[in-house]
Design a protein around this ligand. Sequence first.
Ligand code: MSP
Length: 646
Amino acid sequence: MSKDTFYVTTPIYYPNDKLHIGHTYTTTAADTIIKFKELQGYETEFITGSDEHGQKLQQAAQEHGMEPLEYIDGIVTSFKDLWAKLKVDYTEFVRTTTPEHKEDVQYIFKKLYDKGDIYKDKYEGYYCTPCETFWKERELNENDNCPDCDRDVEWMEEESYFFKMSKYEDQLLDFLDSNPDFIQPSKRRSEMINFIKDGLEDLCVSRASFDWGVPVPVDDEHVIYVWFDALISYLTGIDFQRNQDKFNDYWPADIHIVGKDILRFHTIIWPSILMAADMPLPKQVFGHGFLLVEGGKMSKSKGNVIDPVKLIDDFGVDAVRYYLLREIAFGTDGSYSTESFIQRINSDLANDLGNLLNRTVAMVEKYFDGQIPVGKVETDYDADLESVAQDAFARIEENLEQLQFSTALEELWRLIRRTNKYIDQTKPWVLAKDDSKRDKLGRVLYNLMDNLRRIAISLVPFLPEAPAKMWKQIGIKEDLADQTWEDVKTKGGLEAGLEINKGAPIFPRIDIEEYYANLEAEDTKAVADKEEEEMTEQDYISFDEFGQLDLRVAEVLEVEKIEGSDKLLKVQVELGAEKRQLVAGISKHYQPDELTGKKIVMIANMEPATIFGVESNGMILAASNDEGDLTVTTVDRDIASGAKVK
Ligand code: MSP
């Protein structure tokens, strides 16, 4: 019998740069949905990774003077560090440079080749290296650039292998027709359908002008096109070819979560490849929107890249994940701003959630010596509170099934705010004054604590730290990790009599003024540190810098004073086979004939200059002190002129 499984993927990221908060957005979403599915009792797989082949990476490595893998390894480590910091629990990190992946890519390529779906021809068209995408002339934008990123495209003419994608046009349209939910959000579906209806062309799937890729199994001169290679990572991640049972349990994937910019690869190219390979298609591809900064795309050149590591260091992982999931509806574009970020932490996390926990735990401590009471007498507000809770949990479930994280959190916060309101309605501090209301007071506090338990479990998919802190304060002994979505829906699941552990507020408020002041102080310190570092650096030159000086021994042949100057001498030297004329400011220290016949040291590649109308092609080295003494640098043994000084 097959298991209840759930398989989610993020794209595998290009390791050519640091990850920014935009990449963090996809991975947080995937991690949240997978943790929710785990709460529901599914066995899960969650794949992320790095897309390590292609021309762009080969070039980037070359620019850094490194071998591709050496360059990539360092970046991949920083990706993994970021995912660890973000508390992302992927099951597999696929690297496309592993032998397993290579084997899978070659297997699929060969299968399509043997079937006659891959053939050799000549590619003539444009290529966008940053996007690793082929473009036809008619597809370029108004600037004749890449329609996706507006950067320059290169004209390419090379012998290539082609995949007969056009053959799958009708089959793909039929599939999309009978699987209306395949492309999400639905507004992106018609865009893709129109693209297919415009006519699918065969896809170039190999490159021959560089070698950083998986070799074409039937032709060593070619490497497989990086997108053909990358998409197969979704199979590699669940041990395609190596563990048939696992593969059968998890394929087809439940959701590929991707950014809207790469939806075409996932909803047209990928399904066509799978159809050609006679394999089932994924159940859904979700193309989310972009996280923008001040309405624009993040880019290094604009200097508006938000570093997720810094954000987590400053505000904590819960705040970052909460903001990403809550602020923007998944599927639409949205803008990041520090103001809205801090506003969210203060109002939702510190105020609504943090206060609910604090107030409740403080009242249990005050009125019941820190022991969760039983309380049998219901209040007039209990039924409504429970109906809001049931409604919220049902809607959270519904919304998470659609990857609507923001609405799901809104529902959860509706319950949190309703629970806060329950305190205001039931007024425990008034009940506490009347001994005959003790059972009612106990009931109110029990309901509050029980709702905190349910809220803590519901938060597990979203926030990695706060639920455990809440759990500890509530005092529940069982492991939070063993809780299920059923436990959330079950009213009264909290054991009475438990000892609570009142702790510090889980979300302290952030003072925005103070935050900006600290940032400014950090900036000032960074500038000062940089200046200091540069000054220290200025004390040294590198070996390469030293190597730029062409220092030589030269023999002085003839010296004469330059008319009109009391400082300058015109010096003729022999530099190996060459003769040179120099101007030297040493007339006050040397009589012309004192120098003749000496072997001195000079800079032979000094930029030529004309001084007092006399041409100078080099510079004599001399040492001087504060008292004004000067001595020309000479050599103390016999060595031929022209000898290099190093
Ligand atoms: N390597 C390919 C994916 C291959 S998957 C078989 C790739 N990598 S990428 O590193 O350029 O981008 C990875 C993902 O990050 C894409 O889904 C892209 O949409 C997403 N994002 C990049 N910048 C983003 C934002 N500013 N906001 C949200 N997502 C963004 O494409």
